[in-house]
Design a protein around this ligand. Structure first.
Ligand code: FES
Length: 580
């Protein structure tokens, strides 16, 4: 931690727009005054953009208007000038073909919203899965001082006296309906019980994982991730973040000062300790790419290997985010990592202090929610990165959400050429499949779907569900919801639609998986594999227009974060300078 605050006062970026009496500056300032703003707000104080992903069609973020008001209070209190700016919002629950296709669009929109406007610092208001990485990516690309405030998780869900988790129980109940052990009207009754309040998914799904990643990276104030959306302390957090960003602008404390390699390694280990989402892999790789840090899948495997999963939350465990908050939240986990020498303690945070200073006094109030290491859910809880002739650039699996007996497995492939093929065949009673088979789904990667949808945890055939089978090995180039579970191998790279070896798998091939030795092997000879790939033809129709075309042309593989090639790199200072 070697950060030296900039001198203050000094001329800020926003003064290029507001700070003089040229015709253009009067134009910029005068039109702002139609909102009833006093002249002294333009006197050189930090202009803080509150970048808000509020949308009524992003239900997890639909309360961010309230949070934004509290951020404004904080900014004013600290002597800044807050301006609320809407940015592109993507709902995991309803955006088609998949919210992931629009993560990069939202990141680009965020970057341009900052670049083209008189903003000196940003408060990033996010919540639902993709909104967190997209705004972090955009802010990283501009590299002006930024702090993240997440909307917080929903309250615990309860159905007939039992905790029910967002997503996790959706998968469980829908399988139960297919298996005939739950009635459709009970499913309907359970639906509302899962979503009792504003906020993001209450499991350790992708939204909670990414909120935790933001905090572990140092980009949020300590304790931010777990505070429930409707808890009054969420609004306090927003107000304090508003105060803090003003000082960050004065100090010129930028994302690149905070999001260092050490910070990313802290985040990777944190993801292992919380049993976090596999989606965090693609998002952290993409964010790192925006600050010019050469993070790789191998870093995920290396850093996550020795981390025990100690947070007993669904989908890996039994509790929910509200319980996690009452137990002490992420600071307790970070403290544990620090005590185990698995944390770069000097990593800088938005507070201006080191991460260790922020968490060293944290207290665990519930050892059944945040477990002692001796009772960890999984001893090696990180994301495992598998490689082999089926995934030369890697594939990922979350061992803590898998069935231990399937982590070493050899089985006959049952192949689905794409998601439509899967939907057509899966309910067919004549499908030649049993529980020892390996289900293989192709063409669901970044280019293939397009957008890399969360379909990797494909449901099992009803005929096996009715026999009580609850898990099988599944392999794809898709992603999986962070709320899901199972022995699911994801993000196979290169993807099938880019001509990766996954495209060559045929029904009846045997596949060998060994998570312990990180092996993923298709049992055919090298020459047979080459011959099959030589015959490979691009399966999906060309995408003709619009953002989908841009995405398809430029999206990179999951192994580097599925970002658009022209947005990667440490462009920050140049991006901010381009504005004037
Ligand atoms: Fe928005 Fe899960 S669907 S956080």
């Amino acid at each position: 931690m070697q950060f030296k605050p900039a001198d203050w006062p000094r001329k800020l970026r926003s003064q290029e727009w507001f700070g003089g009496i040229s015709r253009d500056q009067i134009y910029h300032r005068g039109w702002m005054k139609n909102q009833g703003l006093p002249h002294d707000l333009f006197d050189g104080r930090p202009v803080i953009g509150i970048l808000n992903t509020w949308s009524e069609l992003t239900p997890c973020n639909a309360h961010l208007d309230v949070i934004a008001e509290r951020v404004k209070h904080g900014v004013y209190e600290a002597g800044g000038f807050p301006v609320e700016v809407p940015v592109f919002s993507t709902a995991e629950s309803s955006f088609r073909p998949t919210a992931m296709m629009f993560r990069n669009l939202a990141a680009m929109a965020t970057e341009e919203a900052i670049r083209g406007q008189p903003i000196d610092g940003c408060v990033l208001l996010v919540g639902c899965d993709k909104t967190t990485p997209s705004l972090l990516m955009g802010a990283a690309s501009t590299d002006i001082p930024s702090i993240i405030v997440t909307g917080g998780p929903m309250l615990n869900g309860y159905f007939r006296g039992e905790r029910v988790g967002s997503g996790t129980h959706l998968w469980k109940f829908s399988e139960a309906v297919k298996a005939g052990t739950m009635k459709a009207d009970e499913f309907l009754e359970a639906e509302a019980s899962m979503s009792r309040s504003p906020g993001s998914c209450n499991t350790m799904g992708t939204a909670s994982s990414m909120a935790s990643m933001a905090e572990a990276l140092g980009m949020a104030l300590s304790g931010n991730a777990a505070i429930p959306a409707v808890d009054s302390r969420r609004r306090v957090m927003a107000q304090l973040s508003g105060r803090r960003i003003v000082q960050m602008v004065k100090d010129d404390l930028k994302p690149s000062d905070i999001m260092t390699r050490e910070a990313f390694e802290n985040a990777i280990r944190t993801n292992g300790a919380i049993g976090g989402s596999t989606n965090a892999v693609v998002h952290l790789l993409a964010i790192a790419g925006r600050v010019g840090i050469d993070l790789s899948l191998d870093d995920w495997d290396r850093c996550g290997r020795d981390v025990a999963t100690i947070v007993n939350l669904m989908p890996s465990g039994k509790y929910l985010m509200e319980d996690f908050y009452y137990a002490g939240g992420l600071p307790v986990v970070l403290k544990r990592l620090g005590e185990a020498e698995l944390l770069h303690k000097d990593a800088l945070t938005v507070s201006g202090s080191s991460i260790w200073d922020e968490v060293k006094d944290a207290v665990n109030y519930n050892e059944d929610v945040i477990l002692p290491v001796t009772q960890a859910l999984t001893k090696n809880g990180g994301i495992a990165v598998l490689k082999g002739n089926l995934a030369p650039k890697g594939a990922v699996i979350k061992p803590s959400a898998a069935s231990p007996e399937l982590l070493k497995h050899r089985g006959r492939a049952v192949v689905f050429e794409d998601i439509d093929d899967y939907k057509k065949k899966i309910n067919d009673e004549a499908l030649d499949i049993d529980e020892t088979c390996v289900m293989v789904l192709k063409n669901c990667g970044p280019k293939g779907y397009p957008g890399m949808a969360e379909v990797g945890n494909m449901g099992l055939p009803p005929k096996l569900l009715r026999r009580g089978i609850t898990d099988m090995v599944r392999i794809s180039d898709a992603r999986m919801s962070g709320t899901a579970y199972g022995t699911v191998i994801l993000h196979v790279s290169p993807e099938a639609a880019a001509g990766g070896p996954l495209a060559a798998v045929r029904n009846g091939d045997f596949i060998d998986i060994d998570v312990e030795s990180r092996r993923l092997h298709l049992e055919i000879s090298d020459s047979e594999l080459s011959a099959r790939l030589a015959q490979w033809m691009r399966p999906c129709a060309e995408i003709g227009s619009g953002y989908a075309w841009l995405h398809h042309q430029h999206v990179q593989g999951a192994d580097t974060g599925a970002d658009l090639d022209f947005l990667r790199g440490n462009r920050g200072a140049a991006v901010a300078r381009d504005s004037h």
